[in-house]
Design a protein around this ligand. Structure first.
Ligand code: ZN
Length: 266
């Protein structure tokens, strides 16, 4: 009796046709929620997947420019990666220590930067690599990152093709990865590239990139690079890039770099 009464009351308050209407409204709402959720998901992906830039400096540390670079990076609250030369680290230990203590990412470039020696064969390459690694460890107290920047790039024409293949294979077997670049400041040649040209190179080459790995140099003669740096950072920030280093690269970022042929290029 009591149950029947509830049933009748329910039917009174929620007649079947109203129920259907409600149900269809609810479906619409769910679809709207799904559509909304989808849009939100896209927006969320963009937040999760912003444009990223990796500033990288090869060949330092040096007596006159490294601290200037460090100050500019600090003033702009960004971090960068330094692929260092072991011999230069020994010459300027305090500066290398400052880089590391300032949260910059430190990787092996080479100990000697003597192409003719280090690219003779894989053994010579790794002798040079470990000499640089041990300088970094001794001076900073930290191991270098597992990413290396091979002098001249991983497809340089100095080493023979077979030597290069052996070196790259051995690097990977040791859990090391080699990193090139997809944006170059063009500042490798002494005094050849003006401040404006450096800025132009970086602006044009980073356009349209989701991940930009920028090659710059940190040597005593790279004054123009230092001069260009504040505007370069300002430009990249304005373009919506976030600044990353190789210290805490995610597997997803690694995969993207491999796809872009910036890492482990074969
Ligand atoms: Zn170099």
């Amino acid at each position: 009796m009591f149950i029947s009464a509830i049933f009748i009351l329910t039917q009174f308050f929620f007649p079947v046709n109203v129920d259907k209407k409600l149900s269809s409204q609810l479906d619409d709402s769910i679809n709207n929620v799904k559509a909304y959720d989808h849009n939100l998901g896209t927006a969320y992906n963009n937040v999760q997947n912003p444009k990223e830039v990796f500033l990288t400096f090869d060949d330092g540390p040096c007596i006159n420019n490294t601290r200037k670079i460090l100050k500019i990076l600090k003033d702009n609250n960004v971090k960068a990666t330094f692929f260092v030369v072991g011999m230069k680290g020994e010459e300027n230990p305090q500066i290398l220590k400052e880089l590391s203590n300032s949260g910059m990412s430190i990787g092996v470039h080479t100990y000697s930067h003597e192409y003719s020696q280090m690219y003779k064969n894989a053994d010579a390459y790794f002798k040079d690599y470990y000499a640089c690694k041990s300088v970094i460890k001794k001076i900073t107290g930290r191991n270098p990152i597992v990413y290396v920047r091979m002098p001249g790039g991983s497809d340089n024409l100095v080493a023979s093709k077979s030597n290069l293949e052996n070196i790259k294979k051995s690097l990977n077997e040791k859990g090391l990865k080699y990193v090139d670049w997809n944006v170059s400041a063009g500042d490798a040649e002494v005094g050849k590239t003006s401040v404006d040209k450096i800025k132009h190179n970086i602006m044009t080459q980073s356009k349209g990139q989701r991940i930009a790995v920028i090659l710059m140099h940190d040597t005593y003669y790279n004054n123009f690079t230092v001069e260009a740096l504040p505007d370069v950072i300002k430009y990249l920030k304005g373009e919506g890039f976030i600044f990353r280093t190789f210290d805490d690269l995610t597997p997803g970022e690694e995969n993207k770099m491999v796809d872009l042929k910036v890492m482990n290029r074969v």
